[in-house]
Design a protein around this ligand. Structure first.
Ligand code: PAF
Length: 304
């Protein structure tokens, strides 16, 4: 496994890897998993998918300062270079790109990639500038790695929607591949930030997956349930946890992230074959967790 710390090294080695694969008559397609490190089983599942579906597997590890707000956790974002490299090696990564901040942002930056429309709600509303930072760094990484396909976890569903829009709008020649959320056995969605949770917070954080699951069952079973009813039930369930402070609970269309009309019942949504996302962001102490369920309503068996 090669480790590139500079953009020049990454480009040189990627060109070499492609050449080697071509000479072997093998698939030279690049699968790319961009991350901020502190890798867990969720990242491992993306790397596995990338390995299975591409001849060359590239991982980037870069804690991107421009996607953190002034009061967010950039300074204490967890890092574990050695364990990350071991996991990457285990998952058959060919090249890890791990640049410094100076390498990625050497001088005052004058270019920002802004995606509108899908960034106004959810995390886009509570973390102003966050998706500009994500879209800008991912554009830079795509220009460096030149992947054929890039794999992202569906836990960051809005990120997937933003990057899909960016790639479409800017005609970037890369396929965005969303991959399922990976959960602990008890339902907690894996996140590098779970490490911040105290024992009590970790226990209470289960309310996220539990409330989403209950809501999905309601959506399946109650054809007349309205978006407002579902949102208020999820809100009430989460509010019953003393340590939980809600940032948002929203039920929107997916991937356009538009609000649903209050007179739309689950039955009418199903008939329109509309995908929807029920998304939550909740703080436990200083740790903000997100989770979601994306439902393709045409596939949901409504008991009417
Ligand atoms: O999902 C993440 O870890 C980050 O937002 C990403 C896509 C690596 C950009 O910094």
């Amino acid at each position: 496994m090669k480790i590139a710390k500079t953009i020049t090294e990454a480009r040189t080695w990627i060109a070499q890897l492609k050449e080697e694969r071509r000479n072997l008559g093998a698939d030279p397609k690049i699968g790319f998993v961009p991350t901020m490190g502190y890798l867990h089983e969720g990242h491992a599942s993306l790397l596995r998918r990338s390995r299975q579906e591409s001849g060359i597997s590239v991982l980037s590890i870069f804690v991107n300062p421009i996607q953190f707000g002034a009061n967010e956790d950039l300074d204490r974002y967890p890092r574990s270079e050695e364990a990350d490299l071991q996991l990457a090696e285990r998952e058959g990564v060919d090249l890890v790109f791990m640049p410094s901040v100076d390498e990625m942002y050497p001088e005052e930056r004058k270019t920002t990639v802004t995606v509108t429309g899908v960034t106004e709600r959810l995390c886009g509303a509570s973390r102003p500038g966050h998706f500009d930072g994500v879209a800008t760094v991912v554009s830079k990484l795509f220009n460096i790695v030149k992947p054929d396909q890039a794999f992202f976890g569906a836990k960051d569903a809005q990120q997937v929607a933003v990057l899909q829009k960016m790639v479409n709008d800017l005609n970037m020649d890369v396929k965005i591949v969303p991959c399922p959320i990976v959960r602990e056995e008890d339902g907690l969605a894996l996140s590098s930030r779970n490490v911040y949770l105290s024992e009590d917070e970790r226990r209470e954080a289960l309310v996220l997956s539990r409330s989403l699951q209950t809501a999905e069952a309601k959506i399946q079973q109650e054809a007349d349930a309205t978006p407002a009813e579902i949102v208020s039930e999820v809100t009430a369930t989460i509010e019953a946890s003393p340590l939980a402070v809600i940032d948002y609970v929203e039920l929107l269309t997916f991937p356009n992230l538009k609000p649903l009309d209050d007179d739309q019942t689950m039955k009418s949504l199903r008939l329109s074959e509309q995908s929807i996302i029920l998304a939550v962001a909740v703080k436990f102490g200083s740790t903000r967790l997100i989770d979601n369920h994306i439902m393709k309503l045409k596939e949901v068996p409504l008991h009417v």
